[in-house]
Design a binder for this molecule. Structure first.
Ligand code: Q9C
Ligand code: ZN
Length: 351
């Protein structure tokens, strides 16, 4: 399977994050990407190529222009106002009745960011844009394969990740929603209907928000129940979309302690519903923070689950873009991602 990754994605490397009352080492590191690259090489999964420089076009297809502008200028403004340490918000809007943020960097930070653990430093903009380019390039390659009648798959090694980022909101280590960008690129490339299946431990609140009212992109997720896990305020089963998108959002919140067998049964159930919905192409938000030994996980998955997750996803038989999301047990992350891609490749048959 083809992998897309840019070395520029390493330029985002904050030192620390605010977590449960303490500053701790930033968990979403460049080393995560290197672990995945090593896993891909060790498993002999295929070539790794750099993305095309697509400018801001692909991000503006799913994000607000004012938000994209904010991300591009935030670090330079922060450094002048506050100094050389990364930017974090410290206060949030009392309401969101207004259409625009207040002018002033601290007000804008709280407006455009929903948590206190997502940093903006030197290189954040460059890395997030390169990560989005990896997603868009992978989707363009899969689209080209599909129009030539060669159903195929590609892996976008996205980092920073994306599924918590909404049209005008960052958070959960995410700036641009790479999976949404891949889905939109597949739509642009000719797929009338796209399914996004999110297997990250956390609910992909950003992807859900972006496609909430749309019928052309199904968003289906299984994840830790928000009543005990980040992002806490959405991802419940009764969230099903609105307007033309009613019924095109599927959430399956799961209890703590899910083991391989229970998880694979839940995934099979979700995938049956995705298949029944019908789609021409698939985007997988591929998080492996479901791993039992992941520092953010409350599940109990073993390494043996990952090839089976890959095979289950391949069972949909659709042109597929797999997009990297979470996974913080850095050494194991590469092996587990390579195992998903290997299991997918073995089971995948030309639709
Ligand atoms: N102390 C992704 O997996 N921080 N994001 C939790 C707990 C947010 C994870 C802090 C975790 C976000 C893409
Ligand atoms: Zn996650």
């Amino acid at each position: 399977m083809l992998t897309i990754f840019s070395p520029d994605q390493r330029l985002h490397a904050p030192e620390s994050e605010f977590s449960r009352g303490r500053m701790i080492p930033y968990r979403e590191t460049p080393a995560r990407a290197d672990s995945v690259l090593a896993g891909i090489v060790a498993a002999g999964l295929g070539p790794v190529e750099t993305p095309e420089d697509l400018g801001t076009g692909p991000v503006l297809a799913v994000h607000d222009a004012a938000y994209v502008d904010f991300l591009q200028t935030c670090w330079t403004r922060w450094r002048v106002e506050q100094g050389d340490h990364p930017a974090f918000p410290t206060a949030w809007p009392l309401d969101r009745l207004g259409q625009a943020p207040p002018r002033g960097l601290e007000g804008e930070l709280g407006w455009y960011c929903f948590d206190s653990g997502t940093a903006i430093g030197p290189g954040t903009w460059e890395a997030a844009l390169a990560s989005a380019h990896s997603a868009a390039t992978a989707a363009m390659r899969v689209s080209a394969g599909a129009t030539e009648g060669l159903v195929g798959a590609a892996f976008a090694l996205c980092r920073p990740p994306g599924h918590h980022a909404a049209a005008a909101m960052m958070g959960g280590y995410c700036y641009f929603n790479n999976a949404a960008i891949a889905a939109q690129t597949l739509r642009h490339g000719g797929a009338a209907k796209v399914a996004v299946v999110d297997v990250d431990f956390h609910h992909g609140n950003g992807t859900q928000a972006i496609f909430w009212t749309r019928a052309d992109v199904l968003v289906a997720s299984l994840h830790a129940d928000p009543s005990y896990a980040f992002p806490y305020y959405c991802g419940f089963a009764d969230e099903t979309g609105a307007g033309p998108g009613e019924g095109a959002t599927l959430n399956m919140p799961l209890p703590k302690g899910m083991d391989d067998a229970a998880y694979l049964v839940a995934l099979a159930t979700l995938l049956r519903r995705v298949a029944a919905h019908g789609a021409d192409a698939l985007v997988v938000s591929l998080g492996v923070d479901t791993f039992g030994k992941d520092p953010l996980s409350a599940f109990a998955l073993s390494a043996g689950a990952y090839p089976r997750i890959g095979a289950a996803l391949a069972g949909l038989g659709l042109p597929t873009v797999l997009v990297m999301e979470g996974g913080y047990a850095t050494e194991a992350t590469g092996r587990n991602v390579a195992a998903v891609l290997g299991g997918f490749t073995e089971a995948f048959t030309m639709g």
